[in-house]
Design a binder for this molecule. Structure first.
Ligand code: NAI
Length: 398
């Protein structure tokens, strides 16, 4: 199994793979399309971060490729559809930085409540403003979490440790953690919250979720935090609310337009406003999160290599099945057309074989089938299944 890891993925991943008996080949830098084309032919598992682009051309040349691991959150750098059509699942690590985001949100609530970042900026300019005016504790205040998926509940737990009351609103019913209280509408949440913290994805429904109308429903002097996605908030409306004092302060980590690199300039309507904390999309950027990403992707890749699980893949049918003892496992990736399962089961029946366990799932044009069969006939069954015109890739595990 040839595993190639690019862009200096975290050592925790390398250690995990070595522990499992593999010898990953490591490269520090990203590869251009041409460079990737030169090496991809014999690669079974490819690990990238955000800078290496796995294009259709690369996938066409990737004859042996079984899976791609993206050691990051985003997967735009891989042509996901083309990968799926070639039977290549792509994995990432979307939740490895959950706690990092929650910690920054919690810290920013305290900083906003104490106007500490504003006072720090003044002090850097030689202005000593020692005053308690407008400065409050977060204890006994209410935080309203918009979105209660992975990050929202973590913020809630940290906030409770600070003595805050936690309310949340989510479009999906979610079990509260700690003493958090769900509310049934965004409006209700905005009205009761001293702090509103956004933790929703970027979807058609969440774009400009917080604009002038929503800001006008918030308590006078309340605080707004956005560490989710830039387009969720109308920054011009927020600017007006800060300037007229209806918002007491704002923390923003994500922006509708973000510089492509650290060398590009940054612009945003909130620059220069009092009690506004701006951070360059660093909510999830910690050493711990990098390590978690390394471990999480290594673990999902190993599960795919060793038992065929595709849970967590971003472009592939999700299949997870405990391996039946004393059997061999056939993994068949096929075109999602009617009759595939019945053809495969007929092959096994005609060979007098016994299916010990089986699980099929489909996504778009691709179907993925796991079958555990008797050991003595697995090789022959695999060959027959592979010959089907619907088969994209067939692998045998024993
Ligand atoms: P998640 O997918 O686990 O949770 C999102 C929750 O929002 C779900 O429970 C969903 O039902 C809910 N939701 C969706 N639409 C909604 C709406 N209109 N109103 C209320 N709730 C709604 O996502 P996770 O991991 O908690 O991340 C939240 C956000 O944080 C995402 O936008 C993610 O991209 C962003 N993020 C930002 C980072 C940073 O560096 N600042 C790092 C990691 C994530």
């Amino acid at each position: 199994m040839k595993i190639v890891l690019l862009e200096g993925v975290h050592q925790a991943c390398v250690d995990r793979l070595i522990q499992a008996g593999y010898q990953p080949e490591l490269r520090k830098n990203a590869l251009s399309e041409e460079e990737l084309l030169n090496i991809i032919g014999g690669v079974h598992i490819l690990g990238v971060r955000s800078k290496t682009h796995v294009t259709k051309r690369v996938l066409d040349a990737a004859e042996s490729l079984l899976a791609v691991g993206c050691f990051c959150i985003g997967t735009d750098q891989v042509d996901l559809e083309q990968a799926a059509l070639r039977g290549v699942p792509v994995f990432n690590a979307p939740f490895s930085n959950t706690r990092s985001v929650a910690e920054l949100a919690m810290a920013e609530m305290v900083m906003l409540a104490r106007r500490a970042s504003h006072k720090s900026q003044l002090l850097h300019r030689g202005v000593w403003e020692k005053s308690a005016e407008g400065c409050i504790e977060v204890r006994n205040k209410t935080v309203g979490l918009v979105g209660y998926g992975h990050i929202g509940p973590q913020v809630g737990l940290l906030a409770e440790s600070f003595g805050m009351k936690v309310y949340y609103y989510d479009i999906v019913g979610k079990l509260p953690l700690g003493n958090a209280t769900p509310v049934s509408s965004l409006e209700e949440l905005l009205k009761v919250s001293d702090f509103v913290s956004l933790h929703v994805p970027d979807t058609a429904e969440t774009r400009q979720l917080i604009s002038a109308r929503e800001l006008s429903m918030m308590k006078k002097g309340a605080f707004l935090l956005n560490l989710s996605r830039g387009r969720v908030v109308d920054l011009d409306a927020v600017k007006a609310a800060v300037e007229n004092g209806s918002l007491g302060g704002v923390a923003v980590d994500v922006f509708p337009e973000e510089p492509a690199s650290n060398d590009d300039p940054f612009e945003c309507p909130l620059m220069g406003l009092n009690n506004v904390i701006l951070t360059p999309h660093i909510g999830g950027s910690t050493i711990e999160a990098q390590r978690n990403i390394g471990l999480e992707v290594a673990t999902t890749l190993l599960k795919f290599i060793e038992v065929g699980s595709t849970t967590g893949s971003v472009n592939f049918p999700q299949v997870e099945l405990p391996m039946v003892r004393d059997s061999h496992r056939i993994l068949n990736i096929h075109r999602n057309v009617p009759g595939v399962l019945s053809s495969i089961n007929t092959i096994i029946a005609q060979m007098g074989g016994n299916i010990r366990a089986q699980y099929l799932n489909t996504l778009g044009e691709v179907g993925y089938l796991i079958i555990d069969v008797d050991q003595q006939m697995s090789q022959a069954v695999r060959s027959k299944i592979d010959e089907l015109s619907t088969s994209i890739k067939t692998r045998l595990l024993f």
